[in-house]
Write a protein that binds this ligand. Structure first.
Ligand SMILES: [Cu+2]
Length: 373
């Protein structure tokens, strides 16, 4: 048993000592347990921090401005959101710094990782202002680790995970069986998501979503990364519908210059509604996603996924091709909550556009660049 975190603890409040939980990440498969300390917390998130259009290299145009500049009836580029962040231990006092190669995760929660046969355990602390949860895709969970409330007949002891109240802590346990790893003939690793599912629509649009990578048994390095890959990137094509975020009213009253003039409960076709559909890559619009840097000839694996609205994205790489779904292409098809793995061996140095090919999404800023050195 490689990790002291193995035990019978299921859920507990902050009042109980957590000293028995010791972080570990033995890696490499064969029954290791990986313990992560993840908090939900409130941030004021800037979708375009430089204040300029980094794709055009020019100031925002009047057309861009309704999504980037606070105006009488529009919120601008900063929104209050709830996001997942990783901490070093069960005291939840020190955020774990992101490794440079993972800074591009942006608004996404921490990367959780395991190999088939391992177990992922998440000590979840709700540092936000309302009940949230962690619901994983792909991996195995019992009812105390599903993170979703519905009429499933589970008893009171299996409900705490459904919506962890502010200030409380829950231990989610997610074994990684064979069926959570790559299928026969697939690549050496696959991507899954986790997200809050207490009120799925509002929670995910508020920002509570993150990635998880599972590597096939026998195909991982000691740190869990797939041994046949040099560089991994995770990019979420996120249409964040801020109209259904829990923080819409806060954002209107805080950021719109004349909150009283902002119409509430407008139909989907209304411009006020469209202006709150934030199209981003990992929470960054108009070229603000940094860190997509690789070298020519490296074996690069891209994991992409979409958010939970009427998503219809077409991730497109300029200057290179990828292999995905046993097919060579440079444009993927990505619908709601779809997760796709694509491999690239970049052969063409330079700075290249990486964007959604859906025209309205481009107009709203769903563009980034990547760099091949
Ligand atoms: Cu799109």
């Amino acid at each position: 048993m490689p990790c002291a975190a193995r035990g019978v603890l299921r859920h507990f409040t902050t009042a109980l000592p957590l000293l028995v939980l010791v972080g570990c990440a033995a890696g490499g498969g064969g029954g290791a347990t990986h313990t992560y300390y993840v908090a939900a917390e409130i941030v004021d998130w800037d979708y375009a921090p430089s204040g300029a259009n980094r794709i055009t290299g020019a100031p925002f145009t009047p057309l861009d401005s309704f999504v980037v500049a606070p105006q009488a009836e529009f919120i601008g580029r900063v929104y209050r959101k709830a996001i997942y962040r990783e901490y070093t231990d069960s005291t939840f006092t020190t955020q774990k710094p992101r490794a440079p190669e993972w800074e591009h995760l942006g608004i996404l929660g921490p990367l959780l990782r395991g190999t088939v046969g391992d177990t992922i355990r998440v000590v979840f602390r709700n540092k936000a202002d309302r009940a949230y949860s962690m619901h994983p895709h792909g991996v195995f969970y019992n009812k105390d680790s599903e993170g979703a409330p519905y009429n499933d007949g589970s008893g009171a002891g299996d409900k705490h995970d459904d919506g962890v109240p502010p200030g409380e802590t829950h231990l989610y346990t997610w074994p990684i069986p064979e069926r959570a790893g790559p299928a026969h003939g697939e690549r050496s690793s696959v991507v899954w998501m986790y997200h809050s599912h207490t009120h799925e629509e509002q929670d995910v649009n508020a920002g509570l979503i993150g990635p998880m990578i599972v590597t096939a048994a026998g195909k991982a390095r000691a740190d869990g990364t797939p041994a046949d890959v040099d560089r991994e990137f995770v990019v979420a094509f996120l249409e964040s519908d801020e109209n259904v975020s829990w923080y819409l009213e806060h954002n209107i009253t805080t950021y719109a210059k004349q909150p009283a003039k902002v119409p509430r409960m407008v139909p989907f076709s209304d411009f006020h509604y469209l202006a709150n559909l934030r199209e981003s890559l990992n929470g960054f619009s108009f070229g603000h996603l940094d860190g997509l840097t690789m070298r020519r000839g490296e074996r690069v694996r891209w994991y992409v996924f979409a958010n939970s609205n009427f998503e219809m994205h077409a991730p497109h790489w300029h200057g290179q091709t990828v292999v995905a779904n046993h097919m060579r292409t440079d444009v993927l098809s990505l619908t709601t909550m779809e997760m796709v793995t694509a491999d690239m061996v970049p052969d063409n140095p330079g700075t290249w556009l990486f964007h959604c090919h859906v025209a309205p999404h481009q107009l709203a800023g769903m563009l980034a660049t990547f760099k091949v050195e």
